[in-house]
Design a protein around this ligand. Structure first.
Ligand SMILES: O=P(O)(O)O[C@@H]1C[C@H](O)[C@@H](CO)O1
Length: 310
């Protein structure tokens, strides 16, 4: 899609008409993942702009995602202007990839230079239980490997962008360092924050045990249904990017049980085989765990913004 077919001018005009001068040039963008929209509650002087008033924005249809941009200040004194996306768009909702990444491109055009993306994710790493926050150091874009789901497919949005975008440096070293310093400065336990690899899957189904095992064997620590298209577009726009994944559940990867063996035993002993259905994950569980960690996430995000704005 070319830049002329995206309504940037209209979106930016609306924002300029609604925002006071001191909020119009945010230094940081923050994408709030599932259940994490309350990350914006620590902003001061907040102006919230519903996505419905912005041409080019979709509507977020997933529980735990609001549908607005929140502009405000973080930190003491004059404060640092930031913009938070309260709700994102996922391809599984039916949004085209150009819509999924449109808000990121708008943030870049507002002057945002640093982007903190958050998400809720399932853990593939037994050392990362629910509640762990993972600083993402790399990703596996599973849909990109199997089909046309890269947001940069098609005509380039700007002639200034490279046709072949490198991603070996996608995750900002500076911002990741700020995150680990933040945990130390806040006096949080060392295991609050870990680092690892995010596997992007299209969803909306959660993983089968075989898929979980495959992703784990592929080197992924967490898995989720968002984020990677945003990272790719943000890098194309030249932003520094970091991702904080909040582990909300363990991906269910049980030892396989042999039904054949169980029935053989039943026939031999006369004792009925147990039913014991497998454990499952639910979005309610994801939102419940996310809610328990928003204060910690908020504190870490604020410290990263302060450190990244000096
Ligand atoms: O938008 P995020 O990635 O935070 O949301 C996760 C992935 C799915 O959208 C949903 C599954 O529970 O939560």
């Amino acid at each position: 899609m070319s830049s002329s077919s995206q309504p940037f001018a209209s979106t930016l005009d609306v924002l300029a008409s609604l925002l006071p001068e001191h909020l119009l040039k945010p230094r940081f963008g923050i994408v709030c993942g599932s259940g994490l929209s309350t990350l914006a509650s620590s902003l001061r002087d907040v102006v919230e702009v519903p996505y419905s008033s912005l041409q080019g924005f979709g509507k977020s249809t997933v529980a735990g995602h609001k549908s607005s941009l929140a502009f405000g200040l973080i930190g003491e004194g004059k404060g640092i202007p930031v913009v938070a996306m309260l709700g994102r768009f996922h391809p599984y909702e039916g949004h085209p990839l150009s819509t999924v990444v449109y808000p990121i491109r708008v943030l870049a055009r507002l002057g945002v230079k640093n982007l903190i993306i958050t998400n809720a994710a399932g853990s593939l790493n037994p050392k990362f239980p629910a509640g762990t926050i993972v600083v993402i150091q790399d990703h596996l874009a599973i849909p990109n490997l199997a089909g046309p789901l890269n947001p940069l497919l098609g005509p380039q949005i700007s002639p200034n962008f490279p046709r072949f975008l490198p991603l070996s440096d996608a995750y900002s070293v500076t911002l990741r360092q700020h995150a680990f310093r933040a945990v130390h400065a806040l006096g949080l336990p060392d295991d609050t924050l870990q680092e690892g690899v995010y596997a992007w899957v299209s969803g909306p189904t959660y993983e089968t045990p075989a898929e979980g095992r495959f992703l784990r064997a592929s080197g992924a620590d967490v898995v989720g249904m968002s984020t990677v298209p945003e990272v790719v577009a943000a890098r194309e726009e030249g932003l520094e990017v970091m991702v904080l994944s909040l582990v909300t559940n363990a991906v269910v990867i049980p030892e396989y049980r042999s039904i054949k063996e169980e029935i053989r035993r039943e026939l031999a002993t006369g004792k009925p085989a147990e039913l014991k259905p497998a454990a499952t994950v639910s979005h309610e569980e994801v939102l419940t765990v996310a809610a328990t960690k928003t204060e910690v996430m908020k504190a870490i995000v604020a410290k990263i913004v302060e450190a990244g704005s000096v």
